[in-house]
Design a protein around this ligand. Structure first.
Ligand code: AMP
Length: 191
């Protein structure tokens, strides 16, 4: 099994790249943001719980997020590996992921962090907002809050895996194909 964390601030291209990587490496893509949006669109209790946090650009509580992630991983017993996109976003989430994978006799192979500067991110997310229909992509103060939450709460996860020698930074500026090639090179070195 090869389990990868695709890391980076909102708007850094994680979703776009994950979609290409799963084809190349036959992995299962798990985006906690997509899972929350699915639950919200079906007005489930989980969706209702997540809604207020997402609207403000705050993180959904760990207990809710970790439970949802575990269910999703366990629904794919046949997986050759996973690409985690937008998870883990806190140290407790990282610890829970490590424990879950250890139960299955596997582990995180690497955390690949797409590096993109703040102003580029704000511009990209605003552009995406024109077509994504996401309320959290259409308000600059919410976008900036998401970037701050990333820096304060999520970036420590880079160092958490860095201490295990698993974190790598990938230049997230360039064409989709150029960035994809950089990610593929990093993954091939792991195989
Ligand atoms: P994303 O699509 O990854 O940008 O996530 C959109 C929103 O969903 C975030 O701003 C959070 O409110 C929520 N969310 C997604 N993933 C997580 C996570 N791992 N932990 C907590 N909240 C999350």
């Amino acid at each position: 099994m090869i389990n990868l964390i695709l890391f980076g601030p909102p708007g850094s291209g994680k979703g776009t790249q994950a979609a290409k990587l799963i084809e190349q490496f036959h992995l299962i893509h798990i985006s906690t943001g997509d899972l929350f949006r699915y639950e919200m669109s079906h007005d489930t209790p989980l969706g209702q719980e997540a809604k207020a946090y997402m609207a403000k650009g705050e993180l959904v509580p760990d207990s809710v997020t970790i439970g949802m992630l575990r269910n999703k991983v366990e629904s794919h017993p046949e997986a050759a590996g996973f690409i985690f996109d937008g998870f883990p976003r806190t140290i407790p989430q990282a610890q829970a992921l490590d424990a879950l994978l250890a139960e299955k006799g596997t582990e995180v192979a690497a955390l690949l962090a797409l590096h993109v500067g703040d102003e580029e991110i704000v511009q990209r997310i605003k552009l995406r907002g024109n077509t994504s229909g996401r309320a959290d992509d259409n308000d600059e103060s919410i976008i900036r809050n998401r970037i701050n939450v990333y820096k304060n709460e999520t970036h420590p996860v880079f160092d958490f895996y860095g201490k295990k020698g698993k974190s790598q930074t990938i230049n997230g500026i360039g064409t989709v194909d150029e960035i994809f090639e950089r990610l593929c090179e990093a993954i091939r070195r792991l195989l």
